[in-house]
Ligand binder design. Structure first.
Ligand SMILES: [Zn+2]
Length: 92
């Protein structure tokens, strides 16, 4: 048994905070996540917090690598389209 006494609030649990920052270093690794979840298995709120943080990190990483360039292109295309429209309207 370890000395981990969890207040039940992830923000106030130094043990889980340390583990979460460890897990979120770089790209989340399944074995590191699993080890952290087992170490915090006695406090459900902290396990949920780890799951949430990992999911959030993966979602952000996927957005950055896959979705950002096309959506940026779309935004630029839209902006250019608006500029063209505005020019046409003022010319008339
Ligand atoms: Zn805890």
């Amino acid at each position: 048994m370890n000395n981990h006494s969890c207040p039940g609030i992830p923000e106030q649990c130094e043990h889980s905070q340390a583990l979460i920052s460890q897990v979120l270093e770089g790209i989340p690794d399944a074995s590191i996540v699993e080890a952290a979840r087992q170490e915090l298995s006695r406090c459900a709120p902290c396990v949920q917090q780890i799951d949430f943080q990992v999911r959030f990190k993966i979602a952000m990483a996927q957005r950055c690598t896959e979705q950002a360039p096309p959506s940026l292109q779309l935004r630029i295309t839209e902006a250019l389209g608006r500029v063209d429209l505005n020019v046409d309207v003022t010319d008339l």
